[in-house]
Design a protein around this ligand. Structure first.
Ligand code: ATP
Ligand code: MG
Length: 415
């Protein structure tokens, strides 16, 4: 048989040499007992460098080694390409490197079994998400990422020069998703990247991130959207847990499949819990990072990983359907970190105009958006879920940068 890959490790015990070969399937032990392999192959091994790319013709045998089920006796070793030494980062290293060194040499970092496994699971996560959504009658769409005005009235946008005009990179597909509801597509989702010029540099924010966004029409209220979301997450986690055992093992994480329906608490209840636990948050304020963490702890004590917070104060976001002093928006948090925001949107044109005014914004700046609501807009709602946030929580990684190949943060725009 033929094995292709990288030289992970070379061990020379005199009368016997070992090569550990690595490729995306795993590690292979190549054994070279002096007496059993041709002399020139035995010698050639001494000239190999770690990370050389090789092709090995070999015979597969059962192994007595405790780490390997099989071992391979080579009859020919062809070097396809050499690696320079020393390596800026050793994919076989036993001690972990600093995050910056790892990211500066990300292509080598990604050769590590554990790191590769994160991205294999990321790929499967998206496959299961698509599978669930397509099977539930959603249509996959793609909306523009170069936009002329802010989607949510926010200020954290990256400007781009668009010929003679000023444009921005999209921070959310919100307005376009809603336009698709007016277009009669009923159920849409988008998997795409978004750009936020937020200056903070935290372990859970990226300046370029990806998200699963969804919008659905003819809903009764936000509960319809929440039900879709919890079923989507359940489907993703169940499938990863059943089909990605090898990768989960490499990462060293065990997965609990959360039961549906997820726990729901009101914003009022959250404030009560937080105040009980020493937070100074007052009714009406946004939950800060520390508040989310405390709430996560409270849930953990009750064996709950995934929970919704709903019935936020009406002044949270202008386009969310108000309901007295509350609104029909929700967040889904996992272990003290927000992974999704969503809600029922306003579909009535005049109510939307009033809300825009109440938020101190000028309806004239929202003309393109408002037009969509004047010619038959059904009741609708949806959510946006950060893919890196979800993956980070599923795999219990402590830095969001682990979940994206080439992170963009406040200090990093390369590689
Ligand atoms: P946070 O309060 O955690 O900064 P947000 O409420 O500003 O998030 P939303 O505008 O609600 O974020 O975006 C929807 C989802 O997109 C979030 O729940 C999160 O999963 C993800 N997300 C938002 N901002 C970022 C970011 N800077 N980096 C990575 N993911 C993000
Ligand atoms: Mg949010």
């Amino acid at each position: 048989m033929i094995l292709k890959g990288w030289i992970h490790e070379i061990r020379d015990l005199g009368g016997i040499k070992f090569l550990i070969l690595r490729n995306r399937e795993g590690l292979y032990q190549i054994v070279l007992p002096k007496k059993k392999v041709p002399g020139e192959i035995f010698e050639k091994v001494s000239e190999l460098n770690k990370e050389d790319v090789v092709l090995i013709e070999c015979e597969k045998k059962e192994s007595k080694a405790k780490d390997f089920e099989f071992e391979y006796l080579p009859s020919e070793i062809t070097v396809l390409n050499r690696s320079e030494t020393p390596l800026p980062l050793d994919p076989a290293e036993k001690v972990s490197a600093e995050m910056d060194t790892r990211l500066d040499n990300r292509f080598l970092d990604l050769r590590k079994r554990k790191i590769y496994s994160i991205f294999k699971i990321r790929s499967d996560l998206l496959r299961y998400a698509r599978e669930f959504l397509l099977n539930n009658d959603f249509i996959e769409i793609h909306t523009p990422k170069i936009i002329s005005t802010a989607s949510e009235g926010g200020t954290d946008l990256f400007p781009v020069q668009y010929f003679e005009k000023k444009a921005y990179l999209s921070q959310s597909p919100q307005l376009y998703k809603e336009m698709m509801m007016a277009a009669g597509f009923d159920r849409v989702f988008e998997i795409a990247w978004y750009f936020r010029a937020e200056e903070h540099n935290t372990r859970r924010h990226l300046n370029e991130s990806t998200a699963i966004d969804l919008e659905m029409a003819f809903i009764k209220d936000e509960e319809d959207v929440m039900e879709t979301l919890e079923n989507l997450i359940h489907h993703i986690i169940k499938n990863i847990s059943e089909n990605c055992k090898k990768e989960l093992n490499e990462i060293g994480v065990e997965m609990d499949i959360p039961e549906t329906p997820f726990k729901r608490i009101t914003y009022d209840k959250a404030i009560e819990i937080l105040n009980d636990r020493g937070s100074t948050i007052e009714w009406g304020e946004d939950l800060g990072t520390e508040d989310e963490r405390i709430l996560g702890e409270y849930m953990k004590e009750n064996d709950i990983a995934y929970y919704f917070i709903k019935r936020f104060p009406a002044k949270k976001i202008f386009y969310i359907m108000p309901d007295g002093k509350y609104c029909r928006g929700f967040d889904l948090d996992c272990n003290g970190v927000e992974i999704t925001s969503g809600g029922q949107r306003i579909h009535d044109h005049d109510l939307l105009v009033n809300r825009i005014r109440e938020f101190g914004l000028n309806p004239a700046n929202f003309e393109d958006y408002l037009k969509v609501f004047r010619y038959g807009m059904p009741p609708h709602g949806g959510f946006g879920m950060g893919i890196e946030r979800l993956l980070m929580e599923i795999l219990r990684l402590n830095n969001i940068r682990e979940c994206i190949l080439f992170p963009r943060d406040r200090n990093r725009i390369k590689p």
